[in-house]
Design a protein. Structure first.
Length: 289
């Protein structure tokens, strides 16, 4: 879209009504306009139009938050967030693309909602921006961004393990490792670090590979050292026994390997030769009589 088109005023762009009843979402034109305005926010000489665009998106966020406060069921809240998240895509894409680093309550709130609905990849992409620019979280969150990320993702992962429902997939290891890569440089409480190590360990323990199980044991031990009540003592004992048993089995298998017998001359050939020699000797003896 030409820049002139993007310079339209709010009156010229179909306004979002602030409601999701009936599944109403932004049109492609509204999404593009939202993205352009987000990218211009923070530019030198930023126009009042860009400021107004942020206020409009923030107003929509306030409306959605009010709707959420009317819901009591956690599942209903998650469903609502999943429904409205798409309407913020243009804004988030514009903010991340411009990389201005301005404080943005819409961005940080959407990041949290993305985790709530299980969109971990997108949430961690947003989190990388938040961490790089040291953006503040909304006032109602009394935690640092590192602690928030670990709590939101690892609590869900550990709950899945506790439920023991085979029909529910665990949080992917790739997500947890990406999370660890993002938050490891950050200053976090030891209990939060222990939770991250425990979650990684429980996930690695599912692997059939001995190397992954050994890494899981190491992470459990690190978790215990950071927080004694993290709840991994029995897991450490069980996994230690499992790894020891596996090692003993590998050793016994190696000791009991059967060596192939050495090659020998077939006995039948020798017997045939002996019989032929016996017949020749008998003929000679008979002819000499």
């Amino acid at each position: 879209m030409p820049r002139a088109a993007a310079n339209k005023s709010l009156d010229e762009v179909p306004e979002y009504t602030g409601t999701v009843r009936g599944g109403m979402m932004l049109t492609p034109a509204q999404e593009h306009w939202q993205k352009v305005m987000a990218s211009r926010r923070g530019e030198e000489g930023m126009t009042s139009e860009a400021l107004t665009a942020y206020e409009q998106v923030l107003h929509r966020l306030r409306f959605d938050q009010a709707r959420l406060s009317d819901l009591q069921s956690t599942e209903r809240k998650i469903d609502y967030k999943r429904t409205v998240l798409e309407s913020y895509d243009g804004w988030i894409e514009g903010v991340l693309g411009s990389d201005t680093g301005l404080a943005d309550e819409v961005l940080t709130t959407v990041m949290i909602w993305q985790m709530d609905v299980g969109h971990y990849d997108r949430a961690l992409t947003t989190a990388d921006y938040v961490i790089r620019h040291n953006l503040p979280l909304p006032d109602r969150y009394r935690r640092t961004v590192g602690s928030l990320l670990v709590d939101e993702i690892c609590d869900k992962a550990l709950t899945i393990f506790s439920a023991g429902d085979a029909t529910v997939d665990p949080v992917p290891l790739a997500i947890l490792e990406r999370l660890a890569e993002l938050v490891t440089p950050l200053d976090m409480p030891s209990q939060v670090e222990a939770k991250l190590f425990k979650t990684l360990a429980y996930t690695l323990r599912l692997s059939p590979e001995r190397e992954d199980k050994a890494r899981a044991l190491s992470l459990m031990q690190q978790a215990l050292l950071r927080f004694v009540n993290i709840g991994v003592k029995k897991d450490i004992e069980a996994l230690t026994r499992e790894l020891k048993k596996t090692a003993e089995g590998d050793s016994a298998s190696s000791d009991n390997t059967v060596m192939p017998p050495p090659k020998t001359t077939p006995a039948t050939a020798g017997k045939k030769a002996d019989k032929s020699k016996t017949r020749t000797t008998a003929v000679k003896a008979k002819s000499s009589r």
